[in-house]
Design a protein around this ligand. Structure first.
Ligand SMILES: NC(=O)c1ccc[n+]([C@@H]2O[C@H](COP(=O)([O-])OP(=O)(O)OC[C@H]3O[C@@H](n4cnc5c(N)ncnc54)[C@H](OP(=O)(O)O)[C@@H]3O)[C@@H](O)[C@H]2O)c1
Length: 286
């Protein structure tokens, strides 16, 4: 299968490139601008994919509150451009979305059938992007995921939550982490494998794909330091005290049952994924 991967040097894109079988066209932001329909069409004509995977996103969640335009350009109009191009060229589309489409009022994992209710601009722009994909691309997958960490996040100029914790510990800083937001942190390598398995089923639709079990951001930070044997001074705080610009759901754990019903096994636990990531980073003996 000819697969065009958008965002190929991002966290998920990097792992898709090294995980998926097929004839891959890995495109970085320098190769395609998805908010520009002409750029998308040129890429489609050049690479003639049978499947497009969109991992590109604008995810500066706090900055987007005061300046929403870049979020809607990439997350909404970019998704729409890809959906229209895939419909025109009779191509499958796999679009990646986020737990932030949910409001966080539940205390048990969100099903794919639960009603979204985003709390911030980023989540709103991603939900609108999903809706364009479902409405316009006749053969599409939409996969929501949470709290990604992958090797590309350790590169110069990029980051993820785990890398931020490692950096702060390296600087000898006291670290405060929110203890009242619950997610399923997900290793992009595990996500990429599951996406490949789902693509083989040809069962289009909306899915949740995350590592299994859940934790607070404080529990994730604590696990990072346990596994790496670092000993910074880390303590918990509340979302209210932390005072981030954008509101975030207090609970956005995603139920992966739809994935399992499609024939793809559930992913290992987030802690196992984290250990594998830190092993890949050379920070854990494995
Ligand atoms: N990161 C998370 O914790 C998280 C959580 C839940 C869901 N997700 C979703 O998962 C997906 C993958 O996230 P990720 O962490 O792998 O992202 P990432 O590491 O930031 O990678 C995104 C890639 O897309 C490229 N890109 C951004 N805007 C683009 C545009 N307008 N046109 C073309 N390429 C563009 C970026 O290039 P440049 O960097 O060069 O601009 C980068 O290569 C996204 O859809 C995101 O919304 C992420």
């Amino acid at each position: 299968m000819r697969i065009m991967i958008i965002g190929a040097d991002g966290q998920l894109g990097t792992d898709l490139v090294r995980t998926l079988d097929g004839e891959l066209s890995p495109l970085t932001h320098a190769d395609v601008e998805i908010s520009d329909r002409a750029s998308v069409d040129a890429a489609m004509l050049k690479h003639k994919p049978e499947l497009v995977i969109n991992t590109a996103a604008y995810h500066q969640v706090d900055l987007a509150e005061d300046n929403p335009a870049p979020a809607f350009a990439t997350n909404t109009m970019g998704a729409r451009n890809l959906a229209l191009a895939c419909a025109d060229h009779d191509v499958d589309l796999f679009h990646v979305s986020t737990d932030y489409v949910f409001g966080g009022d539940k205390r048990d994992p969100y099903e794919v059938t639960d009603l979204p209710g985003p709390l911030n601009v980023y989540g709103t722009s991603k939900l609108a992007g999903e809706n364009f994909v479902r409405a316009l691309a006749p053969r599409s997958y939409v996969a929501r995921t949470t709290g990604l960490f992958g090797i590309a996040g350790s590169r110069e100029g990029r980051s993820n939550f785990v890398e931020t914790m490692l950096r702060l510990a390296g600087q000898g800083r006291d670290i405060k982490v929110v203890a009242d937001q619950y997610v399923s942190p997900t290793y992009t390598r595990d996500l990429a494998v599951a996406m490949g398995q789902l693509i083989e089923t040809r069962k289009y639709g909306t899915y949740h794909i995350t590592n299994s079990t859940s934790c607070s951001w404080l529990e994730l930070a604590t696990a990072v330091f346990e596994i790496t044997k670092l000993t910074p001074n880390v303590s918990g705080t509340t979302s209210a005290e932390f005072g981030a610009k954008a509101k975030r759901p207090l609970y956005s754990v995603l139920e992966n049952g739809a994935l399992e019903r499609a024939g793809v096994p559930r992913l290992r636990t987030w802690r196992e994924g984290l250990e594998a990531y830190l092993t890949e980073r050379g920070l854990h003996a494995g």
